[in-house]
Design a protein around this ligand. Structure first.
Ligand code: SF4
Length: 433
């Protein structure tokens, strides 16, 4: 599939949003902080292939799809379609691009105008682009409806008279009206019943072969991706963290985020269901303030400890989680004080209460027994919290446990199945870190 010149080339595409700054921010004259929805993604889509874009909701995949179609203006970066710079197109070239690149939206309920008949809906792009005569347009609409599995006799009905699956077929017919080369399929089956999903995916598969279509399939659902894609790009917090052939991604995922996504898919067999599953813990950080270095480091079960620290991986993860909570001041010292009867005077517990306070706090924030040398450092940090000294507590932990994953942003390599993770840095790079 992935041969010849790409039909679509996306280079360092960025899309930031500024409009969500609060009125208070504006009144205070605070510098606007953008939501970095898409933050420098690059990928190619070859003619005739289906590239999947997968990730949790809010990772920027739909924004990437809309921006590359120029439904939204980019903040930075380039997109080429058939060797033309999409953001430089104007006049007839832009009109041609609008015909060649179409989109099928997630929600077949809201994406169809309820006041229009389905004949009018499917014909609308032909009317807008003034294609052929009215009679020929009507004929084309009849063909399209039949081709997507509906009856041409239903032309004069309204969207509410159809089921979800049928409405999505109408959306697909509309997207095909202008004989495009490229479709962005934005969660095309996620609003449908499971039994209907496979029918719609099979239809998309057949149409691709019949009309030589190229697809970008956006989905959070890995089973949908596996069903239909040739290659997959995995997105996390506005960045692509791994890209490769679908079998390689599913059989040999390289990035810990991809591994965790795959682990979170429900298993079919009892054996697999009973296997220990490592799901992704923690919340996705804000795209307004993404973590330094690797953006997955705040949740990564494989986050890399410093070379000179001997530590069990789970212990390291627990200490990193504690440090992040301290940095966010996300621990209620007052409730530890109240529960244990410790009194804070001028923000600090008394010297006498300090050991008991540290023990009570540790029980709250660390759910495992640490090796003695790490226990000692953690206690030192927690003792700083007994004087409400959040910064010093964070410093105690960061000076001992700083990871390469927070210092350096991992790059996506050039090979056929790269992953942006320091675990896959080559030897020479690792030595320099
Ligand atoms: S770079 Fe570090 S934090 Fe990021 S995925 Fe790799 S091991 Fe995890």
């Amino acid at each position: 599939m992935s041969s010849g010149q790409p039909l679509v080339r996306v280079e360092e595409l960025q899309k930031y949003f500024w409009e969500q700054d609060s009125i208070l921010d504006r009144l205070l004259g605070a510098e606007p902080v953008p939501v970095r929805a898409v933050d420098g993604v690059s990928f190619d889509i070859y003619r005739g292939e289906t590239l999947g874009l997968v990730g949790e909701s809010g990772c920027g995949k739909s924004t990437a799809g809309e921006t590359l179609l120029r439904l939204q203006e980019p903040t930075d970066g380039h997109v080429e379609f058939d060797e033309h710079d999409v953001y430089e197109l104007a006049g007839s070239e832009l009109t041609e691009f609008r015909r060649d690149a179409q989109v099928v939206f997630q929600d077949p309920f809201s994406s169809l105008d309820p006041r229009m008949t389905i004949g009018e809906i499917v014909r609308q792009p032909l009317d807008v682009h003034n294609v052929d005569t009215v009679e020929k347009r009507r004929e084309r609409v009849r063909e399209l409806l039949e081709r997507v599995g509906l009856s041409a006799d239903q032309l004069d009905r309204y969207p509410h008279e159809f089921s979800g699956g049928q409405r999505q077929r109408i959306g697909i017919a509309r997207a095909l009206a202008l004989e495009p080369e490229f479709l962005v399929l934005d969660e095309p089956t996620s609003a449908l019943d499971v039994s209907v999903q496979a029918q719609v995916l099979n239809l998309l598969d057949e149409l691709q072969a019949e009309f030589d279509l190229t697809y970008l399939l956006i989905s959070h659902d890995l089973s949908v991706i596996r069903h239909i894609c040739d290659r997959v790009a995995v997105m996390y917090l506005g960045e692509i963290v791994e890209i490769g052939p679908v079998e390689a991604i599913f059989e040999e995922p390289k990035h810990p985020y991809t591994e965790a996504l795959l682990e979170s898919v429900p298993r079919a067999t009892t054996d697999e269901r009973e296997r220990d599953r490592e799901t992704i813990s923690g919340d996705v950080p804000s795209p307004r303030d993404p973590p330094s270095g690797c953006r997955f480091r705040t949740r990564c079960p494989k986050v890399i400890p410093p070379d000179d620290v001997e530590i069990d991986q789970e212990e390291y993860r627990a200490i990193m989680d504690l440090r992040e909570r301290i940095e966010r001041r996300d621990i209620s010292l007052e409730s530890v004080g109240e529960d244990g009867g410790f009194e804070f005077v001028d923000g600090a517990v008394s010297e006498t209460d300090l050991p008991a306070f540290v023990t009570a706090l540790k029980t709250r924030v660390i759910d495992r027994t640490l090796a003695p040398e790490h226990d000692e450092v953690v206690e030192e940090a927690l003792a700083e919290l007994a004087s409400s000294n959040w910064e010093r507590a964070a410093d105690v932990l960061s000076s001992r446990y700083e990871s390469v994953c927070e210092r350096r942003r991992p790059e996506l390599g050039e090979e056929s199945h790269p992953a942006a993770c320091h675990l896959h840095d080559d030897a020479e790079e690792s030595i320099r870190r």
